[in-house]
Design a protein around this ligand. Structure first.
Ligand code: ATP
Length: 315
C-alpha cells in the first residue's frame, strides 16, 4: 500500500529526514511515533504529495507521488496537523466544498457526505458553524473531509492532540472504526496512544527511523532481571548469562553499591528465568532477585531516547 524509499528532506541547514525507508501493508494501523521535531509531519506531507523530498521516492498502491501525484492523492485521505477549517462555514457547507476539492463527482457528493457524516458522528452538528464546535468535533470535521472520497489510505497527523480525555477516547474509537475499511498511518508523540491503537509502531527520531516493531512481537520479546550481591565478578556473570541458549544481550549495572544487576534480553518468546535460576544455583551466585520483564513500547522508546541523547560532556 505504501512504499517509502530513501527519502531525505532538509529545510535549509535543518535536516528533517535522513534516508527514510519503510513500507506498509494494506489493512494495518501503523503509528508513527516520535518526539516533537522528529520529522513526523514532514514525512506525512511528503507521503501525501504536499511537500517534495530532496531525494528518494514514495509509492502509494504503485503510484509514485512525484510523477503520478493525482492518482496517489486520490487514494489518500489526509488530516494535516493544523487542518485548515473555515470557522464561518457550517459543517455541511464545508464538507460540500471539500467534496469538490476532493473531486467527488457531483452525483455522488450527497451520498459521500452522508457516509462521512455517519462515520464521524457529525449528524447533530451539520448546521453549526465550525467555529462554534468543540475541539473534538472540529477534529471530526477534519477527519470527515479526509474520508469523503473513500480513500484506501488514511494519513492522520496527530489526530488527538489537544483533546480532553473523553474526546480522545472518542477519536481513538473513530480511528479504530475507520481502520476496518482503510489502511491507517497516524502520528503521535503519545506512547499509550500508539499502544492502544496500532498493529505496528514506527519510531522516528532526529529524522531517522530508529525502530519498527509489530506490537504483538514486542509483547513476546522479553527480558529477565537478575540481582545478585555485589561480591560477584560482573564480567564473568555477564559472560555466563550471555552463553545461555536464547540470550541475545546482557547489560550489567550497579543500582547500589551492595548489588549487581543484570538484564538479559531474549529475542523471542523464550522465558529465560528458569535457566538463569539453574545457572545461579549451579554457580552458587548470591541471588537477591530474579524476575521477567515484558518489553513495552515505552521501554523500547526510552532505550532509544537514551541511546540518542548526547553523552554528558566532561567538565
Ligand atoms: P511536531 O510533533 O512538533 O510537529 P514533527 O515530528 O512533526 O514535530 P517536523 O514538523 O516534521 O517534526 O519537523 C522536523 C524538523 O524540521 C524540526 O527540526 C523542525 O523545526 C524543522 N522544520 C519543519 N518545518 C520547517 C520549515 N517549514 N522550515 C524550517 N524548518 C522546519
Amino acid at each position: 500500500m505504501v512504499d517509502v524509499q530513501n527519502v531525505t528532506k532538509s529545510y535549509g541547514a535543518v535536516r528533517a529526514l535522513s534516508d527514510v525507508s519503510f513500507s506498509i501493508e494494506a489493512g494495518t494501523i501503523v503509528g508513527l511515533l516520535g518526539p516533537n521535531g522528529a520529522g513526523k509531519s514532514t514525512l506525512m506531507k511528503i507521503l501525501t504529495g504536499y511537500l517534495q523530498p530532496d531525494g528518494g521516492s514514495v509509492g502509494i498502491e504503485g503510484f509514485d507521488v512525484l510523477t503520478h501525484r493525482q492518482q496517489a492523492q486520490e487514494r489518500i485521505g489526509y488530516l494535516p496537523e493544523n487542518a485548515p477549517l473555515y470557522p464561518e462555514l457550517t459543517v455541511q457547507e464545508y464538507l460540500m466544498m471539500m467534496a469538490d476539492v476532493r473531486r467527488v463527482p457531483r452525483d455522488r457528493q450527497a451520498s459521500a457526505l452522508t457516509d462521512a457524516v455517519r462515520a464521524t458522528g457529525l449528524g447533530p452538528m451539520l448546521t453549526r458553524p465550525i467555529g462554534q464546535l468543540s475541539k473534538g468535533y472540529r477534529q471530526r470535521v477534519g477527519i470527515a473531509q479526509a474520508i469523503l472520497h473513500r480513500p484506501k489510505l488514511l494519513i492522520l497527523d496527530e489526530p488527538t492532540v489537544g483533546l480532553d480525555p473523553t474526546q480522545l477516547l472518542e477519536i481513538r474509537q473513530l480511528v479504530r472504526d475507520l481502520a476496518k475499511t482503510s489502511t491507517v498511518l497516524f502520528s503521535s508523540h503519545i506512547l499509550p496512544e500508539v499502544e492502544a491503537l496500532c498493529d505496528r509502531a514506527v519510531m522516528i527520531m532526529g529524522g531517522v527511523i530508529r525502530a519498527d516493531a509489530q506490537l504483538s512481537e514486542l509483547a513476546k520479546s522479553g527480558s529477565a532481571r537478575l540481582v545478585l550481591d555485589a561480591a560477584v565478578d560482573d564480567a564473568s556473570v555477564a559472560d555466563a548469562l550471555r552463553a545461555l541458549p536464547g540470550a541475545r544481550e546482557v547489560v550489567s549495572e550497579r543500582p547500589r553499591p551492595d548489588r549487581a544487576a543484570f538484564v538479559v534480553r531474549s529475542d523471542d518468546d523464550v522465558d529465560l528465568c528458569p535457566a538463569i535460576f539453574d545457572l545461579a544455583k549451579r554457580s552458587d551466585w548470591p541471588l537477591r532477585e530474579l524476575r521477567s520483564e515484558t518489553r513495552t513500547l515505552e521501554s523500547v522508546f526510552n532505550d532509544l531516547a537514551r541511546d540518542a541523547a548526547p553523552a554528558p560532556s566532561a567538565a
